[in-house]
Design a protein around this ligand. Structure first.
Ligand SMILES: Cc1cc2nc3c(=O)[nH]c(=O)nc-3n(C[C@H](O)[C@H](O)[C@H](O)COP(=O)(O)O)c2cc1C
Length: 208
């Protein structure tokens, strides 16, 4: 007898609207729960020679304004790349949930502006510490290095020094153009594409 697996299927399985809602639910959980596999994603940018990709933490998720954001150092290579071409793609995958989410859009660099200030003020001291490193991230070093002064390796710098990190702190906000969804299921995967143009959203199934 063939086993009926219908009940194994989530309610979004054959429903584009529910799939779209689920994407945002997943991203919101990812943002707020550090143990979620959607807490970090892989952001790719254009580089002159090779595509560039690296892990970043998902910091803000705004369904209404159709944006997601991450924090970084203004001196990092990704910023130079975004300045040359602000088209980016960020990829997420949750192994347990079997869900892949690919977000493409245009990145906006927020440095020393209101959005950056709010994000900085809401950051924890431990996160702020990343931005006090004297040399730019990616600078060559003759020795193995954390970039921190030795006295800051195990302790937080004092508040004044920590505050200097704001000069390097950057909020990168991605204005979403499209979201591609892939859900793996043993009875058949599901793939969907959501494209935003001039405020309207197009939803379509794709063959996985
Ligand atoms: C789990 C994890 C989380 C990370 N989060 C961030 C982040 O939120 N922002 C960031 O700029 N770099 C983050 N990094 C470091 C980047 O992956 C990358 O090495 C660094 O930003 C330099 O990238 P770039 O030279 O391509 O600009 C993270 C790395 C890991 C492994």
């Amino acid at each position: 007898m063939v086993k009926d697996h219908t009940h194994d299927k989530p309610d979004f399985y054959n429903d584009l609207d529910k799939t779209y809602e689920n994407i945002w639910d997943q991203l919101i959980i990812g943002k707020s729960k550090s143990r979620s596999e959607f807490h970090q994603g892989y952001i790719s940018t254009f580089n002159d020679s090779f595509p560039s990709v690296r892990t970043v933490v998902l910091r803000h998720v705004d369904k209404k304004n159709n944006t997601i954001s991450f924090h970084t150092d203004i001196r990092s290579s990704k910023i130079d790349e975004i300045k040359k071409n602000n088209a980016v793609t960020m990829l997420f995958y949750d192994h347990g949930k079997k869900i892949q989410i690919k977000v493409s859009g245009k990145a906006e660099i927020n440095h020393k502006n209101d959005k950056a200030k709010t994000a900085w003020d809401n950051s924890r001291s431990f996160s702020k510490k990343c931005y006090v490193v004297e040399k730019a991230p990616g600078s060559p070093s003759d020795e193995p290095t954390s970039g921190y002064l030795p006295e800051h390796e195990n302790e937080l710098p004092d508040d004044n020094l920590l505050q200097n990190g704001y000069n390097n702190f950057t909020l990168v906000e991605i204005q979403i153009h499209s979201i591609e969804w892939l859900y793996l299921h043993r009875q058949g995967h599901r793939r969907a594409l959501f494209t935003s143009t001039n405020g309207s959203l197009n939803k379509e199934w794709l063959t996985p």
